[in-house]
Design a protein around this ligand. Structure first.
Ligand code: HEC
Length: 167
């Protein structure tokens, strides 16, 4: 009788111990789920399209350039100047046609308005704060920000002209 009682107590003890173990596992699984949810909140509006590949030809962004109409003809002199500025000030982080620290500018004039591009070059901090697409870009690039290189508006415009030739 005494030994049967002992066995039952042992059995119950093991049962409780076992359940306890399971509960911890469940909790762990729960916290993994929570982490996943947080990541989902961070993704941009259209999770299937990367911010860098998003085409938005309406958004002018936020910054010093409110309106800019590009003439049909590309100005070759400006292109030369723009390429020079790009090589000196931008190639630390951008390669013409492949992803580097930042996205490649090839085809950018088919994805963004001239104003948005100019504002991104001239005031990336303001853009990241106030423009949803710029914010999504920052997230896509794991929080490494576009640098303000202190370009004059003229130099930024020349870089934009150079970007028009990258297709
Ligand atoms: C220190 C690194 C760094 C430098 C230098 C830099 N950029 Fe960037 N740039 C980035 C990163 C990172 C992104 C993407 C993340 C973001 O926008 O916050 C970006 C984004 C951009 C975008 C938006 C691209 C897109 O696909 O929408 C443009 C335009 C741009 N940069 C132009 C330039 C120009 C022009 C220069 C030189 C005057 C320059 N950048 C210098 C890091 C840099």
């Amino acid at each position: 009788m005494n030994s049967t009682l002992k066995r039952i107590t042992l059995f119950l003890g093991l049962l409780i111990f076992g359940c306890g173990g399971n509960e911890t596992q469940k909790e762990e699984k729960g916290s993994v789920k929570l982490k996943k949810q947080n990541t989902e909140v961070k993704t941009p509006d259209k999770p299937n399209v990367l911010a860098s590949a998003t085409i938005d030809l309406k958004n002018k962004g936020v910054g010093p350039v409110k309106s800019l109409v590009l003439p049909a003809e590309i100005d070759q002199e400006m292109v030369t100047q723009g390429k020079d500025v790009f090589t000196k000030m931008c190639t630390a982080c951008h390669r013409e046609d492949k992803k580097f620290i930042g996205p490649p500018p090839t085809g950018i004039t088919e994805r963004r308005t001239p104003e948005w591009i100019m504002n991104m070059i001239l005031d990336p901090e303001g853009m990241t704060r106030n423009d949803p697409l710029a914010r999504a870009l920052l997230i896509e690039f794991n929080g490494s920000p576009m640098a303000n290189q202190g370009l004059t508006e003229e130099d930024a415009r020349a870089v934009l002209e150079y970007f028009r030739t990258l297709k």
